[in-house]
Design a protein around this ligand. Sequence first.
Ligand SMILES: NC(=O)c1ccc[n+]([C@@H]2O[C@H](COP(=O)([O-])OP(=O)(O)OC[C@H]3O[C@@H](n4cnc5c(N)ncnc54)[C@H](O)[C@@H]3O)[C@@H](O)[C@H]2O)c1
Length: 410
Amino acid sequence: MLKKDVLVIGGGMIVHDQILPSLYHLQRIGEIGKISICARHTTPLKSLMNSPSIKESFPGQFFISFPPLDTPEDKYFPELYKEAIKTLAPRQCVFIALPDYLHYPAIMEAFNHDQHVICVKPLVQTYKQLAEIEEISKKKRLFVGVEYHKRFDIRSLLARKNYRDGLFGEFIIGEAKMIEPYYYRHSNFQNWFTCDISDPFTYVGCHYVDIVTFITGLKPVGVSVVGIKKSFPNGNVGYMWSHGRVFYENGGILSVINGLGYPDMGGGSNQQGLELYFENKDCTSVLRHDDQFRGVSYSISEEKTEIRKNFYTINTDYFRLVPWNGPGLKPVGYGYTSIEELIKCVKKIDNIEDDRTRLEEIEKIDNLGIIATPKNSYYNELICECARRSILEDGKPYYIDYANYTLSSR
Ligand SMILES: NC(=O)c1ccc[n+]([C@@H]2O[C@H](COP(=O)([O-])OP(=O)(O)OC[C@H]3O[C@@H](n4cnc5c(N)ncnc54)[C@H](O)[C@@H]3O)[C@@H](O)[C@H]2O)c1
């Protein structure tokens, strides 16, 4: 199969923690070609290039930097990604890891230069943008995949199988939570995670909205979200906490709490989990996923915050770099699997010569529903659009009309 070159746009936390190590490994095992990364300025690129954990894991590997690393750090190039895309041959892969509101223009730019797209979640901020992306991608036979990595957690896949085999019955009520660390407030988040742009529900709550539909196949039809505002260290105001109530097409309800506020002193890297109840044949069923205690805890300085904790619960499931039968360290976990599967899709489509069969292959991926694509995960855009309106209107519920793909506050 042809190797694809990959251009990552954005050089922040998710690139450091998951995307670059995954791509370096795929490069090392011969699955992809050159890797380049474009950020607005060189500061994050230098951090990536000099990251001790990345250097230790991938000795001798490097990426092409836009702008070049010797560019002064105070020089900003918000439009440079357009030039970086032009350096790719047609039908390579653009991996978008920008703040949410920049996904759409970057995807359009990638399409203008015939590039496949992998994008961190959420793909875009409106259903209208998503529909346009789907249409262009199909016309050009380009793959678009959304990196919803929780889908590749074995527990999600097993729950999907068991639900669809009828073992649980029908989802009726549940609760999900994902509280990200307090120290995020000191990161680049303070520059873009403002009330007008994002909130914890659309940032991380969307993972569980996606997962509940991934498991059950039930579409969300409405949501009410309330938020609590606090100031970032730089004075910008953001919603630091949110509570959402999601309504499903069968009358089911999911309560979702989110925040940027898991204590830095706390025993985990964040707090997350899911509990779902089901109506079954003359009984009920339950699925409980405590995603905090994974059976391993350490008493060492916590890796990221360097704060000394008595016990620190280790997440061995999402993403870890571990020794393997090769140089450096190897990425493992569903964060890696998700990227590996997305890259496989890009290659699979372009391994087909015939235009119609290429389209059929893209549609096959849509229909299987394991990889999130615009066609099979559009409910996420609709629910996030409702959520944004709702939180800005203090929790007024918004509903989706799936016949017309419109929203209302009926
Ligand atoms: N669990 C998940 O799936 C998950 C987790 C974290 C982040 N994300 C998503 O990843 C995206 C980025 O999040 P992050 O945490 O890495 O944010 P971040 O703020 O750490 O990084 C954003 C990066 O984008 C770069 N950037 C901004 N404007 C740019 C421009 N015009 N051109 C080039 N680069 C530009 C910045 O330099 C920075 O490197 C968001 O969409 C977020 O929702 C997903």
